[in-house]
Write a new protein. Sequence first.
Lengths: 426, 96
Amino acid sequence: MADDKFDAIVVGAGPAGSACAYVLAREGKNVLLVERGDIAGAKNVSGGRLYTYALEMIEPGMYLRAPLQRKIVREQIMLLGERTATTIDYFDPAFAEKVPQSYSVVRAKLDEWFAGEAEAKGATLASGVKVDGVIEEGGKIVGIRAGEEEMRCEIVVAADGINSLIAQKAGLFADVEGHAVGIGVKETIELPDSEISTRFAVKDDEGAARVAIGCTDGISGGAFLYTNKGSISLGIVFNPAQAAKQGRHVQDILQDFKTHPAILALIEGGTTVEYGAHLVPEIGYRGIPEKLHREGMVVIGDAARFGINTGLIIRGMDLAMVSGLAAAQAILAAEDTSRVGLLYMKKLEELFLLGEERAYQNFHKVFEIPRVFREVPKLANEAMQFLFRVDGKIPTPMVHGLMDVAHRNMSFGQMLADGWKVYRSL
Amino acid sequence: MSIKRLSPEESLALNKFTVDEGNPHIVVDKEICAHCTDRACLVVCPARLYRLKDGQVSFEFAGCLECGTCRVMCSEGGITSWNYPRATFGVTYRAS
């Protein structure tokens, strides 16, 4: 292998890396796709939803071949009290029509398939290979080192995930900081497919995606639930700095959520088959490193910290794919490697990735409001209890009762301050 | 089996690990950790591999989920080296 020189070496066969390798190989480039897992996907964890437009950008109709789980037609928001729960359920069959808007996914399946697609187009897939460092000559990155082996290329594409040791070794940016990430923990729970369809009131190929707050012991963060084929992905993403201060172990808080009566009813009878954890970029545009390229290297996907989280929409894999496409287009268009970096940044704009990131750039500030994660969901549930409870006694007048509930949880000043902060952030 | 609370050990026992015996991919210097007051690792490691034993931070690398949270949250530099496990070792996710 040492004698070959590749047009491009892509480090990491996740959604970003495989998208990049697929497009480059399809257009005739000699690509090496390196993956440290024995199989692509073996090291990867995500909540589990892919917005389909990204696959369509890479190749129309490609999603039809992909091992996707369920088309998401129910978007659910859950506010949890200690034993209570208030759920908003938005059902939209249009989300399943034509090219569906999104699917739940299992990364072990999706990533293996996608790397295989790149391989089928002519990319060389090297699984079970851990990249230890980069080769630098004359101020340029000219290849990678893996153990004793050196592999050379025109350009290295760093798609090695949120920890991106490769981009750090190339001196592009420092390690990601605690405030800019979330720690996600997740259980995959097997449950018969028909049971999932019944419990979530969906057809067999359709599914629900749920986000929940009020289940993190007041830590900035939220839970997610995705219905797959024959399994449910259930997890929580926490702000690690707040979790550290709060002092309770994150795995333990996940167990609370899992056994909350309103959640337990959905997963009862199931079997947990895997426990995963992963870091996710949490602060969107403001978390993206200043430099995503130098001569001989571009950084894509989680490694570039692309992410959008509005609390309702949580995106990473789609942005990873789009950034992989942007890098491939830049490599294909550049006359020489010194031009690739700037072209890549231009393509990120043209494909709207950076514009989308900017549109949500202050959104993470909402998650800095501490009351969002404890008092607000508690207040919502207490208000519901007040509205629905019948006990044969003379009720408190409606307005007074609701004001009492509100004041038990938050002062008027806090409500005003929080409301203003939300308004400013959106 | 039905749904029940799982301890960290029970959670990890569900996963497939190939342990690189004698080759820890993360190295922790207990002398440095002895002076650390944050000790975020004790709470944020999702595998709960950092524990207090006789007042000292102890670390077990088998069972690592390779997320990187400990490295990101380590404030005093007690983690002197953080790497992914060697190729073919570590966790193999099959359903995540």
